[in-house]
Design a protein around this ligand. Structure first.
Ligand SMILES: NC(=O)N[C@@H](CC(=O)O)C(=O)O
Length: 413
């Protein structure tokens, strides 16, 4: 808990002192969209390794996506993930529940049991797959109203994206790779905001990536529809031009779009149409990325670079203040996920979930030196601004001097 704020405070003798000159203090960051891969793909990431990466990125809470093996579609599996998160001790792990059994898109999973479980699930998503059947989506939206849950939709019309490899446009035509058209995202976003309005429920749009989706969400909000949206760091900075080298590090779902889309999502984030930045940290082992483009997995890591990318694209360009960063990376995701004790203002009596950032620092990203078990970062070798100096979870340092406090977690080493 924050005991006091001010200058010339009486600190206990054994207190650790940190020189905060030049640093920005943010409420601990909250990620609404992380793939921790455990259970099932511990070769890509474990809850311990992924949450250690999260702490190094300045996070104190992450939502763990449901596309694990077994799927997080029962109270038993979400409780297992929740317990493993507690045991690792780096951040609070909030499991996301699957919307449908096995992400199959047909039968609703046991949403109520997951909500009532020890994990207290409030965010439900088939992320990686779209809940494409409008009747199933409608039922899910209706069902979660009972416990103030939210459906986080991976907006991808499946028929329009069969075999898709990258954004459909000039570059895909030139490279001869099957395209993933913007309309495949926008058609689902448009349908879902109308469904959310119809049943009076809460909708969250995962990794929104096109200019058209920004316009639809802007329209929906102006109509009073209860919709929120996220953008990933990579969609704020990278474009489909990067596919020209056929390097699968740049293969991701939804795909990297055009410069016009990048401009639109930046503008949408700055004006509040897009509520949050979420990492969509999607670790994959080398063998799933060191192969030809068409065979490679979709996804990129992001927990350890997210804050730097937001600084580069939004703060250093003058589009947002650090107070806005606290909103889009902490208070708003905490509110959408209905998590207690995170995303709170830095004030006396509040839990000391806190991140200290040095905005003047610069560093070259070295994926091999990161804490994630996987190295599929699209930023390897790139210089980015900002450095997380310290992270505190309920007053306990998880990161100090930019290094993990491994004593905090027996499982994480
Ligand atoms: N974002 C990605 O490219 N990949 C995600 C799931 C997905 O959204 O396809 C993953 O789980 O790897």
């Amino acid at each position: 808990m924050v005991a006091a704020i001010g200058s010339a405070l009486e600190a206990p003798q054994d207190a650790v002192e940190i020189d905060g000159r030049g640093l920005v203090a943010l409420p601990g960051l909250v990620d609404l969209h992380t793939h921790l891969r455990e259970p099932g793909r511990e070769d890509a990431e474990t809850i311990a390794s992924g949450t250690r990466a999260a702490a190094l990125g300045g996070f104190t809470a992450v939502h763990a996506m449901a596309n694990t093996t077994p799927t997080q579609d029962t109270a038993g599996v979400v409780e297992q993930v929740w317990h493993l998160g507690r045991r690792a001790g780096w951040v609070d792990v909030f499991p996301v529940g699957a919307v449908t059994v096995g992400l199959g898109g047909e039968r609703l999973a046991e949403l109520g049991a997951m909500a009532e479980s020890e994990a207290r699930v409030r965010v439900f998503s088939d992320d990686g797959k779209c809940v494409h059947d409008p009747v199933v989506m409608r039922r899910a939206l209706e069902y979660v109203k009972a416990f103030d849950g939210v459906i986080a939709q991976h907006a991808q019309e499946p028929r329009l994206t069969e075999g898709s490899q990258m954004h459909e446009g000039v570059v895909s035509a030139e490279l001869g790779l099957a395209g993933w058209p913007a309309v495949a995202e926008e058609a689902i976003v448009a349908r879902d905001v109308l469904l959310a309005e119809h049943v009076g429920s809460r909708l969250h749009v995962c990794h929104l990536s096109t200019a058209g989706s920004v316009e639809i969400v802007r329209w929906a909000k102006s109509r009073g529809i209860d919709v929120t949206a996220e953008v990933t760091p990579h969609h704020l900075i990278l474009t489909d031009e990067l596919a020209r080298g056929y390097d699968p590090l740049f293969k991701v779902n939804p795909p990297l779009r055009t410069q016009r889309d990048v401009e639109a999502v930046r503008e949408g984030l700055a004006d509040g149409t897009i509520d949050i930045v979420a990492t969509d940290h999607a670790p994959h082992p080398r063998e799933d990325k060191d192969c030809e483009w068409a065979a490679a997995a979709f996804g990129m890591t992001g927990l350890e670079t997210a804050l730097s990318v937001v600084q580069e694209t939004m703060v250093d360009t003058g589009r947002m203040t650090w107070a806005d960063v606290a909103r889009v990376l902490s208070s708003a995701p905490a509110r959408i996920g209905r998590v207690d004790g995170h995303g709170r203002p830095l004030a006396v009596g509040e839990p000391a979930n806190l991140t200290l950032v040095d905005p003047a620092a610069r560093r070259v990203v070295r994926p091999e030196a990161q804490a994630s078990k996987s190295v599929n970062s699209p930023f390897g070798g790139r210089e980015l601004p900002g450095r997380v100096v310290a992270t505190f979870l309920r007053g306990r340092a998880t990161v100090l001097d930019g290094a993990p406090c491994d004593g905090g977690s027996a499982d994480a080493r």
